[in-house]
Design a protein around this ligand. Structure first.
Ligand code: 13P
Length: 313
């Protein structure tokens, strides 16, 4: 059960030209799906909790619960706070045993973002925890700041002044179901990544808003009473390319949630004569596991990449 921070994960991903998958979870059944999928692919993986999912899951005990759940897991895995909005929430998660936190102070101006991020970095590093910052914004499509790409020079200054371990930058994606306009050709800012690679060799970037919304999972969701419309995800081919760059962590929330709830919708609709919750949750868990395995092996190219991460110093 090698619960680790993300330092060696990202060093190996950078060198080995692949990305580590981070999946947004709410419940233990989903954590099991991610860990089992990663174990079967022999991939490193990150369980990502928003502040809301931490509150729902079990604040205070997430690490203990997951360590028991992961007793037969041998791949390196991390517990990460996604989009922590303040020093206080990051500190609480560090104190509870999260191994990685994201401080997202991108709503503030540059100087305030630097100040808050640096404060989190100092506390986190004193506790062996790695920190992701955000110089974005990685916003939603209706945010007026949408697709204001991050300036590589500012990335350099931000990283130097904060000491952050990885950084989410705005390079063409956003959270949610529709990442591009209906008739827009999806692209990512590969030039931006190359500029950062030149200025900060070896420094890991993070891609948010990376769901592809594959038809297979969307159709199951919608064929069993769902109504998700107007979706436009990031093509898998772009993600395969980006995984070979300085982008070392790729976040998946929407696809994972659609797969889980779609699986649940299907089993609730098809199974009429049973009432044990596990009869409905197991198909949902299996659907998530299938999705995670596809992402880890076919898209992020992280299969079999655990040896260097587990090596003793
Ligand atoms: P998606 O909405 O594309 O799944 O992105 C999730 C994410 O970036 C979480 O921070």
């Amino acid at each position: 059960m090698p619960l680790v921070n993300t330092k060696k994960m990202f060093e190996d991903a950078y060198e080995g030209k692949y990305a580590v998958g981070a999946f947004n979870v709410d419940i233990l059944t989903q954590c099991q799906a991610v860990l089992e999928a990663a174990e079967e692919c022999n991939s490193p993986v990150i369980l990502s909790f928003s502040s809301g999912s931490r509150d729902f899951f079990h604040p205070g005990n997430i690490k203990d619960i997951l360590l028991i759940a992961a007793k037969d897991i041998h791949i390196p895995w991390a517990i990460h706070l996604d989009h922590g909005k303040s020093f206080e929430i990051c500190k609480a998660c560090i104190d509870e045993g999260f191994t990685s936190v994201m401080i997202d102070a991108s709503a503030y101006d540059f100087e305030e973002n630097v100040r808050i991020t640096k404060e989190v970095v100092e506390y986190a590093h004193a506790h062996g925890v790695t920190v992701e910052g955000e110089l974005g914004p990685c916003s939603k499509k209706d945010d007026p700041r949408f697709k204001k790409y991050t300036d590589p020079e500012m990335v350099f200054e931000f990283v130097k002044r904060t000491g952050v371990d990885s950084l989410a930058v705005s390079m063409g994606t956003c959270h949610g179901l529709a990442k591009f306009q209906p008739n827009e050709v999806p692209t990512l800012q590969f030039d931006l990544i190359e500029e950062v690679e030149k200025l900060l060799p070896g420094f890991p970037l993070v891609l948010h808003g990376s769901s592809s919304i594959p038809d297979e999972y969307l159709n199951i969701f919608n064929n069993y009473g769902g109504e998700l419309k107007g979706t436009k995800g990031v093509p898998e081919e772009l993600l395969r390319q980006v995984a070979q760059t300085a982008v070392c962590k790729i976040n998946i929330g929407t696809d994972f949630r659609v797969a889980f709830v779609g699986g649940l919708r299907k089993s609730l609709s098809e199974i009429k004569d049973k009432f044990e919750p596990r009869n409905f949750l197991v198909p949902a868990r299996e659907q998530c596991k299938k999705l995670v395995k596809e992402k880890l092996s076919n898209v992020f190219q992280s299969s079999g990449k655990v040896i260097n991460i587990l090596k003793e110093e």
